[in-house]
Design a protein around this ligand. Structure first.
Ligand SMILES: Cc1cc2nc3c(=O)[nH]c(=O)nc-3n(C[C@H](O)[C@H](O)[C@H](O)COP(=O)(O)OP(=O)(O)OC[C@H]3O[C@@H](n4cnc5c(N)ncnc54)[C@H](O)[C@@H]3O)c2cc1C
Length: 360
């Protein structure tokens, strides 16, 4: 029997579990994969939410956790035939395997019990306490807890369990990793928009001795990627060291229209499980951390006043939902934008990215 069970060992799970333990709650974190685990992600700690919350909850990210060049100077926006637009913005860079494991180790030190290689297959929010079904070493176990935080990412089993009727569309970005570097400034993350539209796009960045090509548009843009990157020294015949992919849930419209409330009873969804990635950049570390913190604040209040946590959490979530709504509308405008030229579009995209990176 626990006070809180947190499901998922990403940034959202780590911060909320650590905060619960520090509040004196008996806390269990359940992670499906063996830790440390990797996550398809550019690994940029972007914007004030991510940077400030990491600093406040875990302290300065040690250099050993970061990947070379350690801090990006910012972003470059590339449209064919237009001088790249530059956004200056110091951004810590890491492999998620290292960043997330550092946060998890901190949570463990704060008193969180961590079970990895343990998969949650269902949550019952109708009982008090809630019941979480976990499979570990082929054994199924029911674990009880007063509160549950679903931090189990894009394809969340907790979300499917508590909202079985919710229909979710996904995009499926791909990441390709190559050895070496291209003739592009490795201090910047490079966003390419080959079709003179805000979508499809692809991203390129350097990390340690590798360069990575990422995005949902990689298959569609196969020829454009080769054409563009060849100019920077990419050998079209070179083979990726590895390729992987993941899912992004498309829940912005459901959240904004209030068709979907990411909490019920004493079960709350945070981060990607709740669909809280920021439109435009699709940055999600900051929103996972911020929503994780809010969920714990809701638990503290609910425990104190003997109330259900969901209603309190949903009120607290308004600041994130307001930002999602603003950027969702801006994203829709950008996607439909008919500009008089590539330069205007590249300026509009740059302004939107800049705005997203500053959200507080
Ligand atoms: C290509 C790409 C690039 C990105 N780049 C950036 C970036 O540079 N900066 C940024 O801020 N965001 C970026 N994002 C978004 C970011 O990766 C996510 O928003 C962020 O990881 C969300 O954190 P989370 O804690 O909600 O979930 P996750 O980090 O996904 O963690 C969820 C955890 O839950 C575990 N889990 C899943 N199911 C179960 C289960 N049934 N039982 C137990 N455990 C389970 C998973 O194994 C995982 O460890 C990127 C996303 C993509 C796809």
């Amino acid at each position: 029997m626990y006070d809180v069970i947190v499901i998922g060992g990403g940034p959202g799970g780590a911060v909320s579990a650590q905060r619960c333990a520090r509040q004196g709650f008996k806390t269990l974190l359940v992670e499906r994969k063996r830790l440390p685990r990797d996550k398809v992600c550019s690994g940029m700690v972007m914007g004030p939410w991510a940077n400030e919350i990491i600093q406040q909850e875990f302290g300065k990210i040690p250099k050993a956790v970061l990947a070379s060049p350690y801090y990006l100077s910012g972003h470059q926006i590339h449209l064919p035939g237009v001088q790249p637009q530059i956004i200056q913005c110091k951004t810590p860079l890491a492999w998620r395997k290292d960043l997330d494991f550092w946060m998890i180790q901190n949570a463990r030190k704060a008193g969180v019990e961590i079970r990895d290689e343990a998969k949650v297959i269902g949550v019952n929010h109708k009982t008090d306490p809630c019941s979480v079904t976990v499979i570990q070493l082929k054994k199924t176990q029911e674990v009880k807890s007063r509160f549950v935080i679903g931090a189990d990412g894009a394809a969340s089993a907790v979300r499917k369990s508590i909202f079985p009727k919710l229909k979710v569309r996904y995009s499926a970005p791909i990441r390709e990793c190559y050895k070496g570097n291209l003739d592009l400034d490795n201090n910047y993350f490079h966003w390419f928009f080959p079709k003179y539209r805000a979508r499809p796009r692809f991203g390129l960045n350097h990390k340690d001795d590798y360069f990575l090509i990422e995005g949902s548009g990689i298959k569609e843009l196969k020829h454009e990627i080769i054409h563009i990157l060849t100019k920077y020294g990419f050998n079209a015949k070179s083979k990726a060291l590895w390729k992987d992919g993941c899912l992004i849930p498309q829940l912005h419209e459901a959240l904004i229209s209030k068709r979907f409330f990411p909490a019920i009873g004493n079960v709350m969804l945070i981060g990607d499980a709740a669909g809280l990635l920021l439109p435009i950049t699709f940055e999600g570390i900051g929103t996972a951390l911020k929503s994780g913190r809010l969920a714990v604040d809701a638990i503290v209040e609910a425990a104190k006043y003997g109330k259900e946590a969901a209603g309190i959490y949903l009120q607290k979530l308004q600041s994130i939902l307001a930002a999602l709504e603003r950027f969702h509308l801006l994203n829709a405008e950008l996607t439909q934008m008919k500009t008089s030229g590539a330069f205007e579009l590249s300026k509009a995209i740059t302004a939107a990215y800049q705005d997203t990176l500053k959200v507080t």
